[in-house]
Design a protein around this ligand. Sequence first.
Ligand SMILES: [Zn+2]
Ligand SMILES: [Zn+2]
Length: 255
Amino acid sequence: MLWTEDYHIHTKRCKHATGEPEAYVEQAIRLGLKEIAFTDHIPLPNGFDRAHRMDLNELDDYVNDVLNLQKRYSEIRIRLGIEADFIDGFESFLQKTLTDYPFEIIILSVHFLAHWPKGQWVFKYDFPDKTIYEIYSEYLQAVKRGIEMGLFNVLGHLDLIKRPGASLLKHNEAEVRDVLMAAKAKNMAVEINTSGLRKAIGETYPHLSFLPLIAEYGIAVTLGSDAHAPHQVGFEFEKVAKEVRKVKGLKRAMF
Ligand SMILES: [Zn+2]
Ligand SMILES: [Zn+2]
């Protein structure tokens, strides 16, 4: 294994992942991973997007499940993490929830913006009256506001908003640089999320062309499979780790 940590793994509490948490751990051990982080979707206030995440009253159980797994498996290090959506208006909720628990890996993810119609996700939202530049700009600015809260240590799937053939680096390089600079200032790592390789887009998030830029800012990277099923743990890590290793000066994040 060229890369031994998978820092982005879900559990069935999010209602769209399958398999027992033990099956994810055992798959990671089989692959030779040394560390994994469970980073399930954070619950949000007022049942927001409750179809894709645990309820707030399950958060204690989620945390306890992961802490118990840590005790049960000595052959792999299991980190307690969370994938936390930044959404304007939920700042005080995030501030409280993310500091109330001993999370080690806190992934900043933007899946939707506060002013988008209900139920619209970044993957499918159609913006007929906006240019690609405007869409990407709105997205990157939300990411930056999230970073500036200072609550997160990993920047998740940075270019999740991308449309096929329309790189954020091509359309909004200055804003991508702003985001990276902000992430560096908060000592965050950037995640290379391999889930895009099993979707229609067929690329990592962010695209591998971001790697030299990430290195240029002295930012370290994590790999995350975003596994929603046990067999997805470590998904395409060999292939992606090879590319990461080719980039001079690019560091692996340590937590
Ligand atoms: Zn998910
Ligand atoms: Zn995820």
